[in-house]
Write a protein that binds this ligand. Sequence first.
Ligand SMILES: NC(=O)c1ccc[n+]([C@@H]2O[C@H](COP(=O)([O-])OP(=O)(O)OC[C@H]3O[C@@H](n4cnc5c(N)ncnc54)[C@H](O)[C@@H]3O)[C@@H](O)[C@H]2O)c1
Length: 439
Amino acid sequence: MKICVVGAGYVGLATGVMFGKLGHDVICADIDEARVRMVNSGKSPFYEPSLEKELGKLVKSGKLRATTDALQAAVDSVFVFICVQTPSLPSGRINMTPVKSAVRTISKALRRSDDFKVVVMKSTVVPSTTDSVVKPILESSSGKLAGTGFGLCMNPEFLQEGSALKDSMEPSRIVVGSMDKRSGDMLMRLYSKIKTDKIRTDLRTAEMIKYASNSFLATKISYANEIANMCVRFGIDSDTVLVAAGKDPRIGPLFLTPGLGYGGSCLPKDVKALRDKARQEGYSSKLLSALVGINEHQPVEAIWLLEREVGSIRGMRVAVLGLSFKGGVDDIRETRAVSLITSLLSKGARVVAYDPMAMPNFIKVMPTVEYASSAAECLAGADACIVQADWSDFRKLGRKEFSKMKSPVVVDGRRCLDPKKVKASGAKYLGIGYGYGPV
Ligand SMILES: NC(=O)c1ccc[n+]([C@@H]2O[C@H](COP(=O)([O-])OP(=O)(O)OC[C@H]3O[C@@H](n4cnc5c(N)ncnc54)[C@H](O)[C@@H]3O)[C@@H](O)[C@H]2O)c1
């Protein structure tokens, strides 16, 4: 089957590589020429090691290529997946400009073609968008009707960065929302080799499933953060509490680690977009507003813990370890590092920062911060350190590195270090949910 994927980002490339591995011919279309060149040379434009390995093989075998000509790519394909970004506007509403632009190009391809193509919306959009924004553009510019002239589906994506390809190849579920039975059946057949639960719905139910899922994940993280913030004031280690709570199958252990808050390209914007959509329909979601508030507080919580230990941080040199929104990725979208560093600077601290992969991206956002070329260099001479992202490398830090700090105070903003190991290395260990009371 010929498949066109519009938008060669995390979702588009993972989708393209997944279909390539299933034996289909894939063409990824992107407006970014540098990105297209990278993909055609078998390289991933972002840090996602397992994806890059498979991408290289598919490009070499001719099963996957990239182009800037989305129109021709769509003309040549039976399925056209829309995987462009849907970032937040200041109001929280999603910016539909990239989606609309991609849809206009696809509608020209529909006009030019005689075959029945299925347009599949994979970008995350609020309920009713595929029906009320995407469909009218496709119909008016192509001169064809959805359902008879072309098919229209909504197929939300649930992958996590860091395991993008694995999540695409082994998804927890596949949701196929369709306007018409024919295109839904076609998309179900395309996914037939992937064995998982498949849920068929209409378009807007499929859109809402994505938001319901991400709101729940944000709720779990925020719940863990609230419990941790209380535990630290009660002199209790929140890890013991949350691990025990997570043993209850009704709660579950995942996404229960407290920290500096959720970031990345999905949870922050999806929570705000759903809240905005609900408001438009006259419903004010107290839960979603609480999630936004809790998440904004968490970097402040880490600084509060530090100040309780050392007093004023004015003039102090604070090492920030990890700048990506989580360990294992170089994506800095909505990273909590920005608000953490901004708050540290506003309190008069001097910040030195390090990340194993995300520094080139982060320097563009905060060019005036001092950067170190290793975690050890970042810690050397620092008065305190805050771990902002859970890179596995940071777990290896020990006496050798902490002893080079001016005063070894470590605030574990992701609860990713072993408190015993840090303490054994002679450093003071504090963490979200740990350290203020007698733990
Ligand atoms: N990143 C994730 O973990 C993830 C997970 C699930 C769902 N999603 C959703 O999937 C969508 C895509 O996210 P992403 O992280 O892959 O985005 P991304 O920013 O990594 O990639 C988007 C790509 O689309 C390209 N693009 C923009 N407009 C285009 C156009 N008109 N024609 C061709 N290419 C165009 C951009 O150049 C970019 O390469 C978003 O709606 C996001 O919310 C993301």
